[in-house]
Ligand binder design. Sequence first.
Ligand code: GDP
Ligand code: IMO
Ligand code: MG
Length: 407
Amino acid sequence: MSQNTLVLGLQWGDEGKGKIVDNLSQDIDLVCRFQGGHNAGHTIKVNGEKTILHLIPSGILHKNSHCLIGNGVVLALDALDKEIKQLKIRGVDFKKRFFVSSACSLILPTHISIDQIRDKKESIGTTGRGIGPAYEDKIARRAIRLGDLGDTYKLQEKVELLVNYHNRLLKNVYKDRTHDVNEVFGEITKYIHLYDEFCVDSQDLIYNFVNKNKSILFEGAQGTLLDIDHGTYPYVTSSSTTAGGVSTGLGIGPRFIDKIIGITKAYSTRVGEGPFITELFDQSGQLLAKRGNEFGATTGRPRRCGWLDLVSLKKAVFINSVTDLCITKLDVLDEIEIIKVCIEYSNNEPIYMEFDGWLSSTEGITEYSNLPLKARTYIEYIEDYIECSASIISTGPSREQTILRNT
Ligand code: GDP
Ligand code: IMO
Ligand code: MG
């Protein structure tokens, strides 16, 4: 029996999902994105070469894996086109192995304008990629979907209706510049080749893979604490980043998800605004930011850094039915003398448990038994607290800098 695996983030994103999905995709038949859009930035490092993917699933570098962008994703055609071109230059083949659901809602230039102007006032600190406004239109049943590119006559009417609506918002509510309907129509039809080459009925595609007993990997974007329902609302993204998002975002029942790998960094980071109870403002925070190279892969913004929050992590494990924990960026803690983890809140203040740092290099270690004892003590405390074992530990950004335990 082939196994289907979900890989998702348990924090505020950037946990290292790209690296782990790439590492696990070698023998996977189909790798799927099910939510989010090009607000994601998933970094993969292979043979010293870095790839940052925003929309394309992180299985794309394995030539035998197929990749699907599911219906739950909001799709910016220009961003997709750019990403495909960049990968093609590097010899990545897309023919007959890359697909996009006809039911993906499109992100239009007007969504981006609305997102950016609104964020100036609401200060969520969005990525400015039009994600929120695009999901709003999807839920309001007025979105333009990839499949609409199959009938350009009807598409013209839909674009006119939607852009006129956006323009009324931009002009009257946000006092911002409006967009020309024909220009927006042109911006969509410019990418009709993407529709011609990659648009599929993704329900059929998934059904066929499942029926042929092929293995599927579901790649989460963002993280549990950014989930529209379960995150730190309103400082969240606009999609279901948690395990439930797989079923709605792809059209596959929960019984077909066999293994759920939840990823956490060995500490915490957050980019954008919102609460962060274990945030550090001292030298330890700076050291984490520096050693962890904590700058956003999509916007380049510095990430806020702090200690690991086990209270929140345990909740995330429950929400997602995590079966396997993955701890990334362990090596970033190598030079920290005292490592703390939050084990309780008291009046909204974190109560910490302290660990002696191991003060030696874990970079690139691939065997659990080769980790310093103090690092293992740290990992085993986390496992005990959240009642889930860490079957993957990442000790560096490269594909092979990974410990796989009992997988
Ligand atoms: P994602 O959005 O979850 O895919 O994560 P990002 O790619 O946005 O951010 C994770 C960053 O950490 C990237 O720069 C990765 O190359 C890097 N990274 C991933 N795993 C490790 C690790 O174990 N150690 C170190 N030092 N860097 C890592
Ligand atoms: P990956 O997949 C980290 C954050 C933004 C902002 C909030 C809402 O790389 O882990 P949005 O543009 O989605 O409306 O912004 O969500 N955010 C992320 N933070 N990693 C991401 O993706 C993120 N995608 C969105 O910074 O706080
Ligand atoms: Mg990222």
